[in-house]
Design a protein around this ligand. Structure first.
Ligand code: PLP
Length: 407
């Protein structure tokens, strides 16, 4: 018999205090509500998660399959990413945005952009530094700061300002102290888009204070109505002061085969490269080869763009919700609706969280309460277009009945 005579864990339960600062408890709560709804026999329509529901193109999957069968793909990869992938990513940036980056010094392959977003502050900032991040914002932004002991300065994104940050309202003192500012357009969760003029202003302000600009362009390929989201690197001289995250997750349905990249300022790219050389050995070479095929297909026009399907879903769903009496804004990009709560406006007693919970319990439709993304998210829910059009219309009808039941 094994004598399992281990001492009891300390009262902390072997969980660091830092861990307690990461993420929002709301996502775990919503997962619990979904479980309860399923146990209660409800047909759950899950519009909470932000994971694409489609597969990469057949050619990408075939490349992944063939590369996986090769016996020379199983050594440790180069932690910076293969030269072939970096060169292809640089070609893609050039062709799509007219942006020139050196694949050797100004581009780094990542295990998804999350990997880079989680580690960037550790690489470029010191404990006690300040970084400017959006509220509401994608949760890893604040978590990355917490990991590095960097203080967040939250810049509010509000409807009255089209969910753009008011750069002039950020105190001079914060600009002076900040190491970087991180923004994301088209944005998750607020689904706002930025034009090149905004990026020009941002680069000019950042240059004045020598603050690194970090832009997350995860939704570059998921824009509608002919809108083409710009890269911040299109601003002349942006590489002096800016880096940009790109992801193949949403653009090519490769969320599960983790790959993305960082491009731009060579010092910042180099810092993340040097940090990551201590943490991981990079992306599986077969996934990098599949990523090359995805980028090539996109450039040759042989791929299947992701935007049309989401645009169709957006059209059907927004129309269906409006038909049910819920006037939601129609997003120009991303897979999300950032929807103000109608019932909340009528009655002070609901919060985003309580109404999301009640709606799931009554209708089986799962959404994310806006305050999961920061306190400015109160009064909103994020709805992901990750089910078929028919299911989305069904969800809208159930939501309509729920809204009417509130009176
Ligand atoms: C989905 C998403 C990402 C992508 O993360 P990966 O790690 O590349 O899968 C990055 N930023 C935002 C805002 C996202 O919504």
């Amino acid at each position: 018999m094994i004598d399992n005579n281990k001492p009891a864990p300390p009262s902390s339960g072997w969980r660091s205090e830092r861990l307690g600062q990461l993420g929002s408890a709301i996502f775990a709560e919503v997962a619990q509500w979904k479980l309860e709804a399923r146990q209660a026999g409800l047909d759950v329509i899950d519009l909470g998660i932000g994971s694409p529901d489609s597969a990469p193109s057949e050619r990408v999957r075939q490349a992944l399959s063939a590369e996986t069968l090769r016996d020379d793909r199983y050594g440790y990869p180069d932690s910076r990413g293969s030269e072939a992938f970096r060169k292809q990513a640089a070609l893609w940036l050039q062709a799509k945005f007219g942006v020139a980056v050196d694949a050797e010094q100004e581009l780094l392959t990542l295990m998804g952009s999350q990997d880079g977003l989680a580690h960037l502050a550790l690489a470029v900032a010191n404990p006690g530094d300040i970084a400017i991040v959006p509220d509401p914002g994608y949760p890893i932004y604040a978590a990355g700061l917490a990991l590095a002991g960097v203080q967040p300065y939250y810049v509010p994104l509000r409807a009255e300002n089209n969910f753009m940050p008011d750069l002039a309202a950020i105190p001079e003192e914060v600009w002076h102290k900040a190491t970087f500012i991180l923004l994301n357009y088209p944005s998750n969760p607020v689904s706002a888009v930025a034009d090149l003029a905004f990026f020009e202003q941002l680069v000019a302000v950042a240059r004045r204070y020598q603050v690194l600009v970090v832009h997350d362009l995860a939704y570059s390929e998921m824009a509608f109505d002919g809108f083409r989201p710009p890269s911040i690197l299109q601003v002349p001289g942006a590489k002096d002061i800016a880096v940009e995250f790109h992801s193949l997750s949403k653009s090519f349905n490769m969320a599960g085969s983790r790959i993305g990249f960082l491009a731009g300022n060579r010092e910042a790219v180099g810092a993340l490269r040097d940090l990551k050389a201590n943490i991981d050995y990079g992306v599986f070479d077969a996934v990098q080869q599949a990523g090359i095929v995805a980028l090539q297909e996109d450039l040759s026009g042989e791929g299947t763009p992701v935007a049309p399907m989401y645009e169709q879903r957006r059209n059907r769903f927004v129309e269906a919700l409006r038909h049910e009496g819920w006037e939601v804004p129609s997003p120009k990009a991303t897979m999300f609706l950032w929807a103000p709560l109608p019932a909340l406006q009528r009655s002070g007693s609901w919060t985003a969280r309580s109404i999301s919970r009640e709606m799931l319990r009554e209708t089986g439709v799962a959404v994310i309460p806006g305050d999961a993304f920061g306190q400015e998210g109160e009064g909103y829910v994020r709805i992901a277009l990750v089910e078929s059009e028919d299911r989305l219309v069904e969800a809208a009808q159930r939501i309509g009945r729920f809204i009417r039941s509130l009176g």
